[in-house]
Design a protein around this ligand. Structure first.
Ligand SMILES: [Zn+2]
Length: 186
């Protein structure tokens, strides 16, 4: 079966797309596992919500865990849908690729690059291994051209350095075209 990677910047309705895929497959009687990587040691179940109001329970995969230990060794699912796939480790993406060879369709949704402008580890592995790679487009918050950068900012200043997976703190994020991102100012 195929491995799909749908990528986009933040707020490009990737989560809503992932949840709609899951619901559509389930309406057609298919068994679907929704996965979400944990960027820390948390594991178990979580709820994935989209801003459009969709939500579903998901398996939370810790960064040291094998996915087969989370969803069950026998992997009884016909389809796996993964949200925030950029945060999977290389080993976990390799494991998803193995599942496709064993008959499970895998659809991953995630960011391409971090706010410093570099690929996330999981996204790099997906670009290397996916059968089908599609962009989910969205617009630059400043000028309306296509957004390709996830910009981190503080006040009116765009930040280019720091821990790429530091998603807390008081800094905020927006999505910009490359030219607006390079300008340094919002
Ligand atoms: Zn722009």
């Amino acid at each position: 079966m195929k491995l799909y990677f749908y990528y986009g910047v933040m707020s490009s309705s990737k989560t809503a797309n992932a949840l709609m895929k899951k619901f559509n497959f389930e309406e057609n009687g298919r068994t679907v596992a929704l996965l979400k990587p944990s960027i820390d040691t948390r594991y178990g179940k979580t709820t994935v919500k989209s801003r459009a109001g969709l939500s579903s329970e998901a398996f939370l995969v810790g960064d040291n865990e094998k996915i087969e230990d989370v969803i069950g060794r026998d992997n009884s699912f016909e389809i796996i849908v993964a949200d925030e796939a950029q945060f999977f480790t290389e080993a976990q993406i390799d494991e998803l690729r193995k599942f496709t060879d064993q008959g499970t369709m895998v659809m991953c949704y995630g960011l391409r690059s971090d706010y410093t402008g570099h690929l996330f580890v999981g996204s790099r592995r997906l670009l290397e291994l996916a059968d089908t790679i599609r962009e989910i487009p969205s617009m630059c918050a400043k000028c309306g051209r296509k957004a390709v950068m996830n910009a981190r900012y503080s006040g009116k200043n765009i930040i280019y350095e720091g821990n790429p997976i530091d998603i807390g703190g008081e800094d905020k994020y927006t999505t910009l075209c490359h030219q607006c991102w390079k300008s340094g100012k919002l």
